[in-house]
Design a protein around this ligand. Sequence first.
Ligand code: NAP
Length: 338
Amino acid sequence: MSVNVAVVGATGAVGDLMRRVLAERHFPVKTIKFLASEKSAGKTVEFAGKSYPVEPIRPEAFAGVQIVLSSTPSSVSKEYSPVAARAGAIVVDNSSAWRMDPDCPLVVPEVNADQLHHIKKGIVANPNCVAIPLCVALKPLHDLGTIKRIVVSTYQSSSGKGAKGLADFEAQLKAWAGGGPVPAPTAHRAQLAGNIVTLDWTLDPNGYTEEENKVINETRKILGDATIGVSPTCVRVPVKVAHCESINVEFHRPVSVAAAKAALATAPGVVLLDETKGEFPQPIHAEGSDHTFVGRVRQDPSHPNALSLWVVADNLRKGAASNAVQCAEELVKRGIVK
Ligand SMILES: NC(=O)c1ccc[n+]([C@@H]2O[C@H](COP(=O)([O-])OP(=O)(O)OC[C@H]3O[C@@H](n4cnc5c(N)ncnc54)[C@H](OP(=O)(O)O)[C@@H]3O)[C@@H](O)[C@H]2O)c1
């Protein structure tokens, strides 16, 4: 069967990838339309070798649409995803607006695709770009030893801040590499070229950023265990695309490095790299891939039940667009969208 699709936020960093991923994965499209804000009306976008007009988002635009792939700011998703759902579509929403809503499944297909059978509001939430690869890498290990606690430090790329974040970083990098004065940041919290910065200056009463709280709450929801302890530190690094994560994971029982590597070697969506062959997951290799790259799997010398590992994934693809398209594929495959 083929499906009537709308891509919302089609002009953004994730929306751009959404078009490419739909075409690459040969998603069964019957009709497709591309929506964005009023300011993009009149622009055109390419899809599968054809040019399409960008339409301004309006309630009428969702008539007859079966699947909406939405990547807009959270405030826009809050307003329009329910409108699309009321018009009969299932929305796969990339924003943070619906992720912790108990009536919206938060889905990473390799981990909890079965949750797609529990869509109560017509909205499936696509998780945060750190939580997705974290859960892809940790689910096979959770199955082995049951996770008790995760300590994760993230190294997040400039494109995590969207098209504006990428443009800001590229302008800064050009000036910095040329030895000239670096322009004031327009999207990031401070100069990113040659530097590492926080994602946010706003902290909760415990000293955690919004991103760090997303990682805590979403990881528990995806893995289906609210008792898992999660301690994150999230920073922005001077990289174009792909987020890295240094993970220390403690289990309720010992998990050997050999057993962890054997599980990761066959886990869906994971590419396990072998450090003994000089392989190390890197952003420049992960960029453009839908896989989650895992390496440096090792015993924590300070705890008998803990392992450490290094994980890298393309934040615009597996962290956003590809995960959403995979959800859409599952909706069709499972007969949820007919
Ligand atoms: N970047 C990442 O790594 C990543 C990963 C996971 C999730 N996400 C989430 O995905 C969403 C999009 O992120 P992004 O990085 O692609 O951002 P972006 O590059 O800034 O793109 C935002 C998109 O939303 C559209 N939009 C903005 N205001 C709108 C409005 N009032 N009505 C209709 N459309 C509107 C924009 O259209 P115009 O061009 O017309 O303004 C653009 O197409 C965000 O919620 C973000 O948190 C991002």
